[in-house]
Design a protein. Structure first.
Length: 91
C-alpha cells in the first residue's frame, strides 16, 4: 500500500513537471516566433520562468513529502497502538 501511494505521488509530480515544461516550451516558441522583445528582456523572462518552474517543483515535493510522512506516522501509530515517543513507561 505504501508503495502504491509513493508511486502515485511520484507519477503526479512527474506529470506536473512535464506539463510545466511543455508550457515553458510553448512560451519560448511564442517568444521566438514573435520577436517583439529585445534579447535582454527575453533572457530575463526565460530566467524568471525557470526560477518559477523550480520553485513550483520544490514546493510540490516538500508538500507531498509532508503529507506522505504524516500519513506514514498515522499508520505506524495505529499499528503500534500508541505513539511511544509521547508515552513514557509508568513503573
Amino acid at each position: 500500500m505504501i508503495k502504491k501511494i509513493f508511486a502515485t505521488f511520484l507519477f503526479i509530480s512527474i506529470l506536473f513537471i512535464v506539463v510545466s515544461g511543455v508550457c515553458f516550451s510553448i512560451d519560448i516558441v511564442k517568444s521566438i516566433t514573435y520577436p517583439t522583445l529585445e534579447f535582454r528582456h527575453f533572457a530575463i523572462i526565460v530566467l524568471g520562468k525557470v526560477i518559477i518552474l523550480l520553485t513550483k517543483s520544490v514546493i510540490f515535493w516538500t508538500g507531498g513529502l509532508i503529507v506522505v510522512s504524516s500519513f506514514l506516522n498515522t499508520i505506524i501509530t495505529k499499528i503500534n497502538g500508541k505513539n511511544k515517543l509521547y508515552h513514557k513507561d509508568k513503573r
